[in-house]
Design a protein. Structure first.
Lengths: 351, 351
């Protein structure tokens, strides 16, 4: 039996109560974190310098670099506002930007299902080129694998990226301080609802397009303006709720969000209401939050609003030390509720 | 319809005569090259500095780095001598080594099929840790996605890696010169036959184990010894035949191989004969060829033989300019035949 011959010791750590991998283990919420904490960190943790962060900081050959990877399995592969290729480029560009790095070089790995129409690749690859150019990065190396029919779903794309860190601060959850302002770069919920609509063939009154876009330019502008950025996080899988909870828990602080200040387009809000989604948990692909000292918030907002992708940037919350590892949301009607991390899987394969 | 809404211009370039992706497009042979030449290079070529090479050379922040990626889709995921995790670590370590770089940092991306027994991950991840330690690299960042049941095959793994280039030469097919000796680091054919046996439940008299291993140490020792290494290539998908043909074509030179000098274990040769495989085309995961000036060949062999992984290193061929882009093999009985690149798919999903 092949498996009897294989090497590798068994890991004694139980992973929650799950004997098999669930879709929610990839959802970016509680179960994903449990998988990371119970399996990946014990194995790779010594060297994984910035756990629960979008990328690693490397010191190599005298250079300070950020290094990040993501696989993209979005279904369907084409959706309003983008496709799996634009997502794969912008996603990794944004992960590097969240380290405060200038994204420069990307690798691309395709896992293609046998039988994929060549026409699909002929749309995805040029779309990656266009997106890479717009984001100012070069795709410099790649790999293609093909799996048998029924063992994939069209195409899965992995990108890894290397970016240059030119600032001296540590941009990470550990740098968040009581008194920090929480800035949100724009309206939330569009990517998730665009993919949902494409997947289910839904028609809304107005077309909801994904917000998929590179956000490195406004981030680098914040740093260039001398804003002491404490932490950055893009609001992908698990949405704004999971991102803020993860940061609050890692920093051991209390993040207070103000619902009325969080920009959500009316059509997105309506679609969420009809479908029973909470926009705080819906994935975005061109939105991020920035933690900056309160006295730098106005200047930071001014910088962010100078870029199309973050024109609607807003102050949406504050950090305090009134509780440890907690996110609360003051609702529009004045009530306050605790925000938890996504615990199941709201929208599988959103990115 | 979702696809009507998507952006991205169509690429006008036809890809051979194939309207759909075949397994052979991922086989590392002629069709893989056609896909690269017709689709990926036109899109990314400006920046893909070393086309048809195992990795890219980057200049960033004053450092000279190699950057490489591979996805691993091997079936079955456990096989004699390794598993998909050991393969994913060693494969990218070796790609960096083939650039003459010192492998340092790796990223890992998992695409897991819903329902994968957690026990499988609990074997693969520790096995990656052990392999990474043995190869002297750190896994510093990662990503996990889960796809629905029936849309994957257990787990696919992508690794990307960054290594430091400490030498001044250009190690690439373009540096190969007439008069170069072709050195092979050890016996060939084991990985492919080990996976084949595991997949088909074959029993040979002796167990054939994969040769999966990191080869960075002997490569770095060659460079440290001052051997002017012109080109390096690991003999993975498509085997030794496809690797040498690709180099001969890129360099525009003639590589003459001597079959009698190529080490192949008797059990591997026997298994290949029974199953109708040509060992020259069978994948290896711990073997490489090195092109060095003929007068440095003996010294290089001595260095290589100082390492367990390349103990059986041998001089297996010479480069000349008697033909352009040709590989010929002098057989054991003295006849000479032309070696072509793998044109179909000998063993799908071998890595």
């Amino acid at each position: 039996m092949p498996t009897d011959l294989a090497s590798g010791a068994a890991c004694p750590v139980p992973i929650g109560d799950h004997t098999h991998v669930l879709l929610a283990h990839g959802g970016g919420g509680r179960l994903t974190n449990r998988l990371i904490d119970s399996l990946f960190l014990p194995a790779f943790g010594d060297s994984a310098v910035h756990a629960h962060h979008d990328g690693a900081h490397l010191h190599i050959g005298g250079a300070r670099l950020a290094f990040s990877t993501d696989s993209y399995v979005v279904r369907p592969m084409f959706f309003p506002g983008g496709d799996i290729g634009t997502l794969a480029i912008n996603g990794t560009v944004n992960d590097l930007a969240m380290c405060g790095a200038r994204p420069q070089f990307l690798s691309v790995g395709f896992v293609i299902e046998e039988g994929l129409p060549m026409e699909s690749l002929q749309r995805i690859v040029p779309s990656m080129r266009t997106t890479a150019r717009a984001a100012g990065v070069a795709v410099v190396t790649g790999d293609t694998k093909v799996v048998d029919r029924g063992k994939g779903d069209g195409v899965y794309v992995n990108t890894a990226g290397v970016g240059l860190i030119e600032h001296d601060g540590l941009i990470a959850p550990a740098s968040v301080r009581p008194g920090d302002a929480v800035l949100l770069s724009g309206d939330i919920g569009r990517h998730g609802m665009a993919v949902m609509a494409a997947r289910e063939g839904l028609q809304f009154e107005s077309a909801i397009e994904s917000d998929c876009a590179p956000v490195a330019a406004p981030v680098l502008a914040l740093l260039a303006a001398g804003i002491p950025v404490h932490c950055l996080r893009d609001l992908t899988r698990g949405g704004m709720a999971s991102a803020t909870v993860e940061i609050a828990e890692t920093a051991g602080l209390h993040i207070r969000l103000d619902e009325a200040a969080i920009p959500i387009r009316e059509d997105v809000r309506g679609a969420c209401e009809i479908l029973g989604f909470d926009p705080l948990y819906v994935a975005n692909e061109g939105r991020f939050i920035a933690f900056v000292p309160a006295d730098a918030a106005d200047r930071a907002l001014e910088v962010l609003r100078g870029f199309e992708v973050s024109r609607a940037a807003a102050l949406v919350g504050m950090v305090s030390d009134t509780s440890r590892g907690l996110v609360t949301l003051k609702s529009r009607i004045g009530a306050t509720r605790v925000v938890d991390m996504l615990s199941g899987e709201q929208l599988p394969r959103i990115c």
